[in-house]
Design a protein around this ligand. Structure first.
Ligand code: EZ4
Ligand code: CO
Length: 412
């Protein structure tokens, strides 16, 4: 099974996606997701200019060898662009191997360890009534676990709140701020950590009062706090029994989590911007987190994330794979197969893709009663409709960024 053809396909149905499509000499095709939100074209170049020439003629069965070859032969290691490119190759090869075996990928990863994957969705609102509506709508859609994000009084914008305004103007369409916005330049937002810390515990109190004690609730701090602020928030949220508090600090300083951990029993999740096991070394060995947030797409693929998660399992740390809409249906499918197979699955983030995206990517996963399942088609269960993809050319898009009241740039 030799690789005959490797194509990098960029399409922008509801947002930009980068997909690697491999074709073998026996006519099988495999897909891998290489989408890096707001920096998509860097990965396109990394793949098309530097990786595709290395793939032609290789034995598609040698997944581990190809991974090690791409990682080590580049000399320059790690980084989101490199690891997203390697991930795309890795997932496409797993897709091919599973198709060749006539099995869904999770069978090759050890078989199913559970019947389905508990998933959480994103509820948000500028104020409590709007947030409650969003929670109700998620419950109606079947979600059994919900992330809570709200506006903060006095601030115009907050991460995670849906809006219908982009820098290009009011689109009329409800937009989630998390996918990069289609605009020539990034949108500036405002931020005040003190106002946020004062406001948030009351929001969780209101949500618990309205929706009861049993529903798992999550929150994302998006790297905005210092360690001592994060410790304070974790402690303040303890009465509301969070499933997790995510990215409370910029965790490239792993040792900072020691301080947070000493002060709170609120479970901690970190890692959506990480790209190798080395980003987790202190966090895992010192048991400073409870959930690994990495996506298959940004961590070098199934091969590498499976190793990180098995390492984490020795410390009773579970998976919480990143699943916003900027992970393509291909990346989501790979995550579902991995999540179904590993022992230490925790929860899967799941934001539904738009209709145009679902027309470009034909998918076989199921969504029943708040649980995801990747389906039983051979491979990862996703096919790319090339004609549909061609209707949506790349559009310039950036993630927003933050400034404090005095103009200082802050973490977004
Ligand atoms: O803002 O993926 O937990 N989810 C998140 C995401 C990120 C986007 C950035 O590309 O924090 O929605
Ligand atoms: Co996040």
């Amino acid at each position: 099974m030799k690789i005959d053809k490797a194509e990098v396909i960029v399409t922008s149905p509801d947002r930009n996606f980068v997909t690697l499509k491999l074709t073998t000499d026996d006519g099988l095709t495999g897909l891998g997701d290489a989408t890096l939100n707001g920096r998509e074209l860097s990965v396109v170049s990394y793949l098309a200019d530097h990786v595709v020439p290395l793939l032609i003629g290789r034995d598609a069965h040698n997944i581990e060898d190809t991974w090690q070859f791409l990682y080590r032969s580049a000399y320059w290691r790690r980084g989101p662009v490199t690891m997203a490119a390697i991930a795309a190759v890795d997932v496409a090869l797993w897709d091919l191997k599973a198709k060749a075996a006539g099995m869904p990928l999770y069978q090759l990863l050890g078989g199913a360890s559970r019947t389905g994957l508990l998933a959480y969705g994103h509820a948000s609102g500028k104020d409590i009534p709007e947030l409650f509506d969003s929670v109700r709508s998620h419950l109606d859609q079947g979600y059994r676990a919900i992330r809570i994000q709200t506006g903060v009084p006095g601030l115009r914008a907050i991460y995670g709140v849906a809006s219908n305004v982009t820098s290009a103007g009011n689109t009329g369409k409800r937009y989630d701020h998390e996918p990069a916005q289609r605009a020539p330049l990034p949108v500036e937002e405002d931020w005040d950590t003190r106002a946020y810390l004062t406001h948030l515990p009351g929001v969780f109190e209101a949500v618990r009062n309205e929706f009861g004690p049993s529903i798992p609730l999550l929150h994302d701090g998006h790297h905005r706090m210092t360690p001592i602020q994060a410790a304070k928030l974790g402690k303040a949220l303890e009465p509301y029994d969070l499933f997790w508090l995510e990215d409370c600090t910029p965790a490239e300083n792993q040792a900072a989590l020691r301080l947070v951990r000493q002060h709170t029993t609120t479970p901690l999740a970190i890692g959506e911007v990480f790209n190798t096991v080395w980003d987790y070394q202190t966090l895992i060995t010192e048991q400073l987190i409870d959930y690994v947030r990495s996506a298959v797409t940004h961590t070098g693929g199934v091969t590498a994330l499976k190793k990180i998660l098995e390492f984490a399992a020795q410390y009773q740390i579970k998976s919480g794979m990143h699943g916003p809409t900027d992970i393509s249906p291909v990346g989501m499918a790979a995550a579902m197969h991995l999540g179904l197979a590993i022992h230490n699955f925790g929860i899967q983030e799941y934001m539904k893709h738009g209709e145009a995206t679902n027309r470009v990517f034909e998918q076989s996963f199921s969504w029943n009663d708040g649980m995801l399942h990747p389906g039983d088609q051979p491979g990862i269960g996703v096919e790319l409709k090339v004609d549909e993809a061609g209707k949506y050319p790349y559009q310039t898009a950036y993630l927003p960024y933050n400034r404090l009241a005095d103009g200082t740039v802050h973490d977004w």
